[in-house]
Design a protein around this ligand. Structure first.
Ligand code: ADP
Ligand code: ASP
Ligand code: MG
Length: 408
């Protein structure tokens, strides 16, 4: 008998019929004698619908209230799934984040989990109940509802698996595992049997929305055995493994990620003096804007162009900040582009092999795709390109690294 945390994403609970199928899956595991804790997302499209409603009512949405609003989506599915389980003769009880005391900090819309009270869950499990928990939400020490950021139900599931010391955490979704790239963009993408934790962390942080990055971080920190599987199709899915040795035969590149949420800003003609980077980026940080890539190049006239990328949602705000500091810094102009994307190749094999970057750049050049920015780390190379090239760039790189031929 094992203890599993099962998480079902939006599409998997997107209709009454699908909720019934999810209930059947849980009942099957219970009938085999396993203990199951369930985490659910809101029905597909629901969180977006709620965001739209909020935006229609308030220009700058109040963080406390948006969390109250968004948390309702998961509350609907947790109750419906509990009812479906009960109707099938399976003992079940639903809980919101605050009922189960998923304690978070006060950072609304992207709160971090600080602690989870496991006593209610353990008591339920001991009595043969399936606790069904609303994902994506928590509560602060003073009782205010918080949410964990988009895709946050993954993190709820992994955090619960860590707290309860579960045997495995299963993320059930609308694909049957982690693929070499998003199968919606490249139909030739291949499912990976295994992916190293480090690669998964890079994939998630570089835009692969199949797992929320915080969920992967949590899994790594607490050594949670994590698997991504299909809600609809039988199979073993993809195991996130911590053991690089077992992946020795793995290809150089395991995956390609893309991120459409980027925007680029450039301050031109900045005097090349010590402290200039800090003078540009401090006001950006003070405006609570996170920076991703940075490029600074010294031109012959001792002036420099300073370019960086931010989340597209922060583009207008960042532009304003640069306009305000432009004169004090003695810079020429602010230029921006919010029609860019970041495409990245990821693989632990990169550590020990040369020539990966040149293969990447040549493949893109052969398709006439202009690279606007580049950044690298030990196991990834990212490029920024015009958003119109997103699909072409992903498919070109998938073919260049022969990812369609991976035997998983
Ligand atoms: P859920 O609602 O179940 O949480 P998500 O939409 O958050 O599902 O995540 C699943 C989706 O992630 C897939 O439908 C797929 O389009 C996308 N995705 C992006 N990159 C990958 C990848 N490398 N492997 C698998 N799916 C990916
Ligand atoms: N419902 C939330 C979202 O759409 C959380 C999740 O699905 O994980 O982002
Ligand atoms: Mg998700």
């Amino acid at each position: 008998m094992a203890l599993y945390v099962y998480k079902f994403g939006g599409t998997s609970v997107g209709s009454v019929d699908r909720i019934q199928k999810v209930a059947d899956k849980i009942k099957q595991a219970r009938d085999l004698g396993h203990q199951i804790v369930v985490v659910v997302s809101a029905m597909s499209g629901e969180t977006n619908r709620l965001v739209d409603l909020a935006n229609a009512v308030q220009t700058e949405v109040n963080p406390r209230e948006i969390d109250v609003l968004l948390s309702t989506g998961e509350q609907v599915t947790m109750a419906l799934l509990s009812m479906a389980l009960q109707a099938k003769g399976c003992l079940a009880r639903s809980y919101t984040g605050s009922q189960i005391k998923i304690l978070t900090d006060e950072n609304h819309t992207k709160a971090r989990i600080e602690a989870i009270d496991k006593h209610i869950l353990q008591a339920d499990l001991a009595q043969g109940y399936v606790p069904v928990i609303a994902g994506f939400q928590g509560v602060t020490a003073n009782g205010t509802i918080t949410t964990l950021g988009r895709g946050g139900s993954d993190t709820t599931a992994v955090a619960l698996a860590a707290t309860l010391n579960a045997d495995e955490c299963h993320i059930y979704t609308d694909v049957d595992g982690v693929y070499t790239t998003d199968p919606r963009i490249e139909p030739k993408a291949r499912r990976l049997d295994k992916i190293t934790f480090e690669e998964m962390l890079e994939m998630a942080s570089l835009g692969s929305k199949v797992l929320q990055i915080r969920a992967v971080e949590f899994a790594g920190k607490y050594n949670v055995a994590l698997r991504v599987l299909s809600s609809f199709k039988a199979g073993n899915g993809t195991l996130i493994t911590y053991d690089e040795e077992s992946n020795m035969e793995a290809p150089l590149i395991s995956g390609i990620a893309h991120n459409r949420d980027e925007a680029k800003l450039t301050l031109t003609g900045v005097p090349d003096l010590p402290g200039i980077a800090s003078k540009i980026l401090s006001p950006i940080a003070d405006a609570n804007i996170e920076i991703d890539m940075i490029i600074q190049n010294v031109a012959s006239d001792k002036n420099t162009d300073f370019t960086f990328t931010v989340h597209r949602n922060d583009y207008a705000k960042a532009f304003k900040v640069l306009e305000q500091i432009k004169h004090d810094l003695g810079a020429k102009a602010v230029i921006g582009d919010d029609k860019i994307v970041k495409v990245s190749i990821i693989g632990v094999g990169m550590r020990s092999h040369a020539g990966i970057a040149s293969t990447m750049f040549k493949a893109l050049a052969d398709e006439n795709i202009n690279i606007e920015m580049i950044s690298t780390s030990e196991i990834k190379i990212s490029v920024v390109v015009d958003e119109k090239y997103l699909e072409l760039a992903v498919r070109t790189l998938h073919a260049a690294f022969k990812l369609d031929q991976i035997n998983s």
